[in-house]
Design a protein. Structure first.
Length: 494
């Protein structure tokens, strides 16, 4: 039963990623669906003509909710109709925002006209709307289009533009990270920041425009690079694999210290499962569904995986720290009758190894697929082998040094490494959920952006990290006080 837990967790994560925020597809005929939805537009027009803009807004909101349920069917029938309807919906939102009756009425009537045209079969049947992978040049064009809407202070279209850019980020992130890890981190941070600025009430158009400009400026120089070297390929594996390696090495060193042979098998099962699922998922994304269509779901899966891994790393860090006392460790071994790890802990080792490798592995494979068309196959393979060799050497040195350490320093160093990864995975996980739009973002200029700790300038990701650090300090302080009291008590008894 225990061995089934890893695929079950992955399936749950995938379901969460694909289903959260996905609209329910309409089961009926799309023309009939539009006719039913248009009742709300008629109600909105009626209210607007009487000067009741509040009533018009409520009726339009009902149309918008219905639209989110039926849009997939309309998108499949006619890409042109889909774009026209979305464009006119943006005009209605803008008119309602400035609260001018004549503009609200005109925008609603324009929306009704395109809805009527679609419902009556006025739009030709097309092959359907398909979201394709985009180039970095096209991604920058998306940002420029969003900037135009920001300048017009059109909140709806500007938000739609930046959300589309976020969903399309998966198509271009491999090209970006291969050239600059800093630009890659800045881009992910700024996509969340811009979305938060435009979601504010009122929107911060000035800062949003400035941040989009900044993104365009630091991404544009990367467009011209058309060929990558084997070292670019090697650095991707080294950068992305190092965090997963730290988790796996900490676990491996621990089970070696404990003398528990089964632990290694569970960890290797988690590693291999993580690698296998990463490759399969990346291939599915690349060749079955487009990166652009999967962008939001990828952020959700990465976010939930990061949060779950952080919770497990927190427990692991606390447990390692608690065993740093030699007497406590020896007592623990005796209590388990030389079986240092319970079945539950064995399973958790495998799950933690899976989560760490899966989270980093999927992105690494997608990065490689993204740059495959711009690098010679020979260079790609050489780069991968160099990266793997360097990671292998680092792994050997870490295990060798770890085993040479005395018991107390070993547990202390391991707990610090694992706690650092817990802090980073927490920040990365919450940031990915913000990128997917599941968690709101409250920006603050007082919070620095530090990539090493995955510290982003938002309170939603920073506060949990601060709580973790404060909690760790309180635990250390409490243990030191308790230890001093025990020593004093022992001396008094003597």
């Amino acid at each position: 039963m225990g061995k089934k837990i890893i695929p079950i967790i992955f399936i749950l994560l995938l379901i969460m990623g694909i289903n959260v925020h996905n609209p329910v597809l309409a089961a009926g005929n799309s023309n009939e669906d539009m006719t039913r939805a248009e009742v709300y537009v008629n109600q909105a027009i009626d209210s607007a003509s009487k000067g009741d803009l509040s009533g018009a807004e409520k009726a339009y909101d009902q149309f918008n909710k219905t639209w989110r349920q039926i849009e997939e069917g309309i998108k499949a029938d006619s890409a042109t109709a889909y774009r026209d309807i979305e464009s006119n919906m943006g005009k209605v939102v803008y008119a309602l925002t400035i609260k001018k009756q004549d503009q609200v009425l005109a925008a609603l009537k324009d929306l009704k006209a395109v809805n009527d045209k679609f419902a009556s079969g006025g739009y030709p049947k097309e092959a359907g709307f398909k979201e394709e992978d985009i180039t970095l040049d096209e991604f920058i064009m998306l940002l420029q289009e969003t900037k135009k809407e920001v300048k017009k202070q059109n909140q709806h279209d500007a938000l739609e533009g930046i959300k589309k850019a976020s969903d399309s980020w998966l198509s271009v992130e491999g090209v970006v990270v291969a050239q600059s890890a800093t630009v890659y981190s800045d881009s992910e941070r700024d996509l969340v920041t811009i979305q938060a600025m435009l979601s504010d009430n009122p929107p911060n158009y000035k800062e949003a425009n400035k941040t989009i400009d900044n993104m365009i400026n630091y991404l544009t120089p990367l467009v011209n690079k058309s060929q990558y070297t084997y070292w670019d390929a090697a650095m991707i594996l080294i950068r992305e694999g190092l965090e997963a390696l730290l988790v796996v090495i900490a676990l491996m060193s621990f089970v070696k210290k404990s003398g528990e042979g089964k632990g290694k098998a569970w960890i290797w099962s988690g590693v291999l499962s993580g690698l296998g699922v990463s490759v399969i998922l990346a291939i599915i994304v690349k060749f079955i569904i487009s990166s652009g269509a999967f962008g939001n779901n990828n952020a959700l899966i990465g976010g939930w995986t990061g949060v779950f891994a952080a919770v497990m790393l927190l427990y692991m860090s606390y447990w390692l720290h608690s065993q740093s006392n030699i007497a406590d460790w020896n007592r623990y071994i005796r209590e388990k009758s030389q079986t240092a790890l319970t079945t539950g802990k064995l399973i958790s080792l495998g799950v933690l190894a899976f989560l760490a490798v899966f989270r980093e592995g999927t992105e690494t494979v997608l990065f490689y697929i993204g740059m495959a068309s711009q690098i010679k196959l020979q260079s790609l393979l050489i780069g991968f082998l160099i990266g793997a060799a360097i990671l292998g050497i680092l792994a050997y040195l870490m295990v060798y040094v770890g085993l040479k350490l005395p018991l107390r320093p070993f547990f202390m160093v391991s707990s610090i490494i694992v706690f650092y990864l817990c802090i980073k995975f927490t920040g990365m996980g919450i940031h990915s959920l913000q990128l997917a739009g599941l968690i709101p973002t409250t920006n603050s200029v007082s919070i620095p952006s530090i990539d090493f700790f995955a510290l982003y300038p938002s309170w939603e990701s920073t506060i949990p990290q601060m709580i973790l650090v404060l909690g760790a300090l309180l635990i250390i302080l409490f243990k030191n006080i308790k230890s001093k009291k025990l020593i004093t008590s022992t001396n008094n008894n003597i």
